[in-house]
Design a protein around this ligand. Structure first.
Ligand code: AMP
Length: 306
């Protein structure tokens, strides 16, 4: 099955307690595309400036990513984001957000994308995300939305409108608390699902992720890694693995979503091993299988219940 990915393609500058990157290629939709293209055909919707490297687009095209929905604004600059991680590598401060081309982005869904069954709305202005949903002539089988505190701070009402139209929402724990106004993640999940999404994923960085649906909850651990180099894009890579697996298997049952969040966690564990998208570019299908096996071993145990 094929997938539409909407989101930023950008330049990032990252600071961690252990190092600093120059301006490197990033963006939510870039990470999602690198990851999801391991599993299914990806149709990208985004916008970049004339400064965005053609070599990056060529490398993704070689993996079957379609750029018919990419707008290139030759005389403008690409979106730029800079962040600095705290010592725990889980929390970070945004230092700079320069919207540039994203400021006036009006996405256009190409005719050839119309029959896609899966839609991944990566982190972006909620009005832009909603406009893609509204342009689709038939509702996709599954719509997944990722967002962040930035949009909660500046356009909460618009974000809530978009949230009401999707099947799965992905946020991190502090964003779930901000969105619901509740500290308990279980109560927060109930309040957020009442806003529309039938499924909610709460990402907890190195502490894994929770999947909520009705009264069910499933927990996926994160792989304990000796060294986390750069957590940027881990959430987007997780999203790409999650929806990529669902699109590959064409099965949106709760049971298969459990597998999908393990796939997302496995892919995210690769992402953080190097700066930017570097590690995602290197890994093979065998690497993915190997890491999935590590996840199976991580929490597999026998217990005799009396
Ligand atoms: P993550 O670490 O998964 O939360 O995603 C980090 C990526 O999101 C970076 O590559 C940024 O370029 C991108 N990003 C950060 N802020 C925004 C924003 N406000 N809108 C769109 N993309 C963003």
């Amino acid at each position: 099955m094929s997938l539409i990915v909407v989101g930023s393609m950008a330049f990032d500058a990252i600071e961690t307690p252990f190092g600093k990157s120059d301006k490197i290629v990033g963006g939510a939709a870039t990470y999602i595309a690198w990851c999801a293209s391991n599993f299914c055909k990806v149709n990208q919707i985004s916008v970049v400036g004339g400064d965005f490297p053609q070599t990056e687009l060529d490398a993704l095209s070689a993996r079957g990513v379609s750029f018919e929905g990419l707008q290139i604004k030759k005389d403008e600059k690409s979106f730029f984001w800079s962040g600095k991680y705290h010592l725990d590598m889980n929390s970070r401060d945004t230092l700079v957000t320069e919207l540039n081309v994203l400021a006036n982005f009006t996405p256009v869904v190409p005719e050839s994308y119309q029959d896609c069954e899966f839609l991944m709305l990566g982190n972006l202005d909620p009005n832009v995300q909603r406009s893609v949903i509204e342009q689709l002539k038939t509702k996709p089988k599954l719509i997944v939305l990722d967002t962040m505190n930035f949009w909660m701070d500046i356009m909460l009402d618009e974000l809530k409108k978009t949230i009401s139209m999707v099947d799965v929402l992905m946020v991190n724990d502090s964003e779930a608390r901000q969105l619901s106004g509740d500290y308990s993640l279980v109560r927060a999940a109930k309040k957020i699902m009442a806003m529309g999404p039938k499924y909610l994923i709460i990402k907890k960085g190195e502490h894994g992720a929770l999947l909520f649906h009705e009264n069910n909850v499933f927990y996926a651990p994160a792989l304990p890694l000796e060294e986390v180099f750069d957590p940027t894009g881990a959430g987007d890579t997780f999203a790409g693995g999650f929806i990529g697996h669902l699109a590959k298997t064409n099965d949106i049952s709760f049971e298969n979503m459990k597998t999908a969040i393990i796939v997302g966690s496995a892919m995210a564990s690769y992402c953080v091993e190097k700066f930017g998208t570097e590690r995602l570019r290197e890994i093979s299908q065998n690497d993915i299988k190997e890491r999935l096996n590590q996840f199976v071993q991580l929490s597999n145990f026998d217990i005799a219940l009396v």
